[in-house]
Design a protein around this ligand. Structure first.
Ligand SMILES: Nc1ncnc2c1ncn2[C@@H]1O[C@H](COP(=O)(O)OP(=O)(O)OP(=O)(O)O)[C@@H](O)[C@H]1O
Length: 217
């Protein structure tokens, strides 16, 4: 990556957009300190390269980092203990995950969408100041996507800043304040999202029929 110069204001929702292999995940990993940078500075919450600042950051980047031999409930308990999350809040997010009936199953037996929803629930539950989400909608069905978007909207209203990337442009359009375009490891453009709108509320015959026949799934 080269010449990356990006400021994100508190409370903003910023979408990284670009082709496969353009550097979106790499940029996120650099911010989290998972990948080293050769030069330059990364400031988080007004702190320079401060690992303590990362305590206020939660992320899901590329493959969900789940423990295959632990079950869903183990994951909820572990993250709750590490972040002083009370039982009530943990139970709220178990409900949100839609995995209540499958919590005793080891995560290695989860489907792609179940894993994704588990990790999203675990990161959102931490009520972070900054949330970094790489392809958060991977594998999620339409209802679940809608639930995730509503929850992210709530979180943002309470002050959480969100940096996310997705190839699902309709979902990005619903919530992002602005887009940052990345290509070949460089920022190649910026665009404000003047008209945020809920794609799920539009009259789309395919979606409408899907919701009609799949509502009890
Ligand atoms: N661990 C690695 N070692 C070497 N090169 C890597 C590594 N991870 C990614 N790359 C390279 O860095 C470039 C950017 O990859 P990155 O995963 O950031 O892209 P991306 O924009 O997130 O793509 P996608 O939309 O497909 O997820 C690619 O050329 C990729 O091959």
């Amino acid at each position: 990556m080269n010449d990356i110069n990006l400021d994100i204001e508190a409370g903003e929702i910023v979408a990284l957009v670009g082709p496969n292999g353009s550097g979106k995940s790499t940029l996120m990993k650099c911010i989290m300190g998972f990948s080293n940078i050769d030069s330059g500075e990364i400031w988080i919450f007004d702190s320079l390269n401060n690992k303590k600042a990362l305590k206020g950051v939660a992320c899901s980047i590329e493959y969900p980092p789940l423990y295959p031999d632990l079950n869903g409930l183990d994951h909820f308990k572990l993250i709750s203990q590490l972040n002083n999350i009370n039982e009530q809040q943990m139970n709220n997010y178990i409900e949100f995950s839609g995995l209540k009936e499958r919590l005793k199953k080891k995560t290695k037996y989860y489907s792609v969408g179940m894993k994704q929803m588990l990790i999203l629930s675990l990161v959102i539950m931490q009520n972070p100041r900054l949330l970094i989400l790489d392809e958060p909608f991977n594998g999620l069905d339409l209802q679940t996507k809608k639930r995730v978007i509503d929850e992210l909207e709530n979180l943002n209203k309470q002050g959480t800043t969100i940096l996310w990337s997705s190839h699902e442009i309709n979902q990005l359009r619903e919530m992002s304040d602005r887009y940052v375009f990345i290509n070949c490891g460089k920022i190649v453009g910026h665009m404000q999202n003047e008209k945020k709108y809920k794609a799920v509320n539009r009259e789309d015959p395919l979606e409408r029929y899907y919701f009609e026949v799949c509502k009890n799934v």
